[in-house]
Write a protein that binds this ligand. Structure first.
Ligand code: G3I
Length: 366
């Protein structure tokens, strides 16, 4: 454990026991940015809203149109992850055509604002274009298509992406490889996962290559499957560098209290670890305004997830899946749930925001 992080749990708990400070005035003159509060070498990130569910909403593209959103994006974070803009259906809409516009803009924004980028994602069962899922390709053609995609996309941003989610959600909740809904594994067999890592490494030897999934925060059947897979891949000399837990949490369930222990066992295998998509949804209460108790509970989940990562040496990347409720995917997917982010629709900071900031500050001070 880094000395600077060792006292964090106690300090962060103390921060949470303070009265709710959501309404406290905060001027920008105060050193209140998450990125400035973070310890040296620690990356605090957010997804960059666009594509996916946003296309069905009655607002314009957040990243390109919402000035306030962009201002906060540039000021608060030192890492960004394209929410949808590097996924297959977005970046490779036709077999012979790539659309790099949105991804290029995000990478350029990141460089201008001194931020690193997490690339998301290369081998997944979801958000693949129709031409791919419904194409009648031979195994050899499919293999060629995946290799070309990885080489092209990873190669384009070589040296500019800190971490790539190479394989996303390849196990189901029972810890079985997705041999039916993942086109690559179904058609080409489990060995394609190792090849994806090899091709990504060839295209960008500097990028850290990750396995990423949800419901792997705890030591459970699914994270056990990853633990076994990592050992197998490492034995084969496959360039896999990291394991990350998305951490889409809900206050309906308890906090995964063994998150730190789970990250540690991957750390012990020599892997980096990361939290990549944290949000904490809650039931929409009557009247539509979260209660103080709900906000406090949410803040506690955010704080505990961050503290778990800070406590593990190789966990240097902590990303929230958007920062404002205005653009959250949660209400679109979970009826009756919402308010999952650290700022309101109007960018007002919630207790969860302050919990993150104060936890980072405590870790920085050591
Ligand atoms: O493609 C269908 C289209 O055929 C259909 O007509 C339309 C009707 O609703 O839906 C389209 O699907 C949308 C999809 O994005 C396509 O881009 C979904 O409705 C929409 O909800 C979806 O949203 C994205 C989701 O990934 C897809 O899985 C979200 O914006 C994005 O935040 C979310 O992000 C994922 C991470 O990548 C991986 N981990 C989980 C996380 C949350 O689901």
């Amino acid at each position: 454990m880094r000395p600077v992080r060792s006292a964090i749990a106690a300090l962060a708990t103390a921060a949470l026991s303070l009265p709710l400070i959501a309404a406290a005035p905060h001027s920008d003159a105060q050193p209140d940015r998450l990125r400035s509060a973070a310890p040296e070498g620690f990356f605090v990130g957010t997804a960059v809203a666009g594509g996916g569910h946003h296309l069905e909403q009655d607002y314009p593209d957040p990243f390109t149109h919402d000035k306030e959103y962009r201002r906060i994006l540039g000021r608060q974070f030192n890492s960004v992850s394209p929410e949808n803009q590097m996924k297959w259906e977005f970046i490779h809409p036709e077999r012979d055509r790539y659309d790099f516009g949105a991804a290029d803009a995000i990478v350029a924004f990141a460089e201008k604002h001194g931020q690193v980028v997490r690339g998301h994602t290369l081998l997944w069962h979801s958000q693949n274009p129709q031409w791919l899922e419904q194409g009648d390709f031979s195994k050899e053609e499919l293999r060629g298509i995946l290799r070309e995609h990885i080489t092209t996309v990873v190669g384009r941003y070589a040296g500019r992406i800190q971490q790539w989610d190479v394989a996303n959600e390849i196990f189901d909740d029972q810890g079985r490889l997705r041999t039916q809904d993942n086109i690559w594994i179904r058609e080409l067999g489990p060995g394609i996962v190792a090849d994806a890592f090899r091709w990504a490494h060839e295209a960008d030897p500097e990028a850290k290559l990750f396995l990423n999934d949800y419901n792997v925060e705890s030591v459970n059947t699914k994270s056990n499957a990853y633990h076994a897979l990592v050992q197998d891949l490492l034995k084969q000399g496959v360039p896999v560098h990291g394991f990350s837990a998305q951490a889409h949490l809900s206050t309906r369930y308890g906090f995964p209290g063994d998150l730190e222990a789970n990250l540690r066992r991957f750390d012990a295998l020599g892997l980096e670890t990361a939290i990549t998509e944290l949000d904490v949804r809650m039931d929409v209460p009557e009247g539509g305004v979260p209660t103080e108790a709900q906000q406090r509970r949410q803040a506690e989940y955010y704080q505990r997830a961050l503290s778990a990562c800070l406590a593990v040496d190789g966990c240097d990347s902590f990303t929230i899946w958007g920062f404002t409720d205005k653009y959250s995917w949660v209400p679109v997917f979970f009826e009756g749930e919402g308010f999952a982010n650290v700022m309101t629709d109007d960018f007002v900071r919630k207790p969860a925001f302050y919990a993150l900031r104060d936890t980072l500050k405590a870790a920085r001070k050591g």
